[in-house]
Design a protein around this ligand. Structure first.
Ligand code: GSH
Length: 218
């Protein structure tokens, strides 16, 4: 399988399938196309007519949306437990993942993913804080229900954690105050070896994307 992704520092959608594949120990070839360069769109379009990353290519099959990719990988590797095994927990995990996939626009706008930056206090708009409160409620509910089974949202690592991993990076970058249970969850995700690998690669990327660096001094 080939996974086409964008800049590790900035591409929140790319982090989701990359992290799930790494944690599930599913081998893949990474193809990184830096975003918003002169040739980026043409290079993305060579893999998918949607022209966005991430894109998973598995032989003749191409999947070009993070949620669709994670569904595909979970079906191809059912033994990896990428969705919880119990039907009620699985439905819950899909609900919180879909809520992330389709929502939290205010958080995304005010706090673009920027792994290597330290922007404590920036982007704390009322709308972003409302999104953060909802995410804290989701995480708190998951940890209360499934915490006995492990340190992730549904106990063991699942696609739901992959979906919220970019939010974890945002909370760290923008110094978001969180209840203890959410702070512990942030630390758990950040400490994953795969997350450390992603951050280390983001640190040494040279591109600076103006549309993500919204708090940079002009
Ligand atoms: N809904 C898509 C969103 C994909 C997306 O917006 N990707 C961004 C990067 S994080 C992108 O490719 N932007 C480059 C462009 O639009 O040219 C998914 O879940 O994969």
């Amino acid at each position: 399988m080939k996974l086409v992704i964008g800049n590790k520092n900035y591409s929140s959608w790319s982090l989701r399938p990359w992290l799930a594949l790494k944690v599930a120990e599913i081998p893949f070839e990474e193809i990184l196309i830096p975003l918003y360069q002169a040739d980026s769109k043409a290079r993305q379009l060579a893999f998918s007519p949607a022209g966005k990353v991430p894109i998973l290519v598995d032989g003749a099959v191409t999947i070009w949306d993070s949620l669709a990719i994670l569904e595909y990988v979970a079906e191809q590797y059912p033994d990896r437990g990428l969705w919880p095994r119990a039907i009620a927990a699985r439905a819950h995990a899909r609900s919180v993942s879909a809520e992330m996939h389709a929502g939290f626009a205010a958080l995304r706008t005010a706090m673009p993913m920027n792994c290597r930056a330290t922007l404590a206090g920036k982007g704390h708009t009322p709308e972003a804080l409302a999104d953060i409160a909802r995410i804290a409620a989701i995480w708190g509910d998951c940890r209360a229900r499934y915490g006995n089974d492990g340190p992730f949202l549904f106990g063991a690592f699942s696609n739901a954690d992959a979906f919220y991993a970019p939010v974890v990076t945002r909370f760290l970058t923008y110094g978001v105050a969180l209840p203890d249970v959410c702070r512990a969850y942030v630390n758990t995700v950040r400490a994953l070896p795969a997350m450390r690998e992603w951050y280390a690669a983001a640190d040494v990327e040279s591109e600076r994307l103006a549309h993500s660096e919204i708090y940079a001094m002009m």
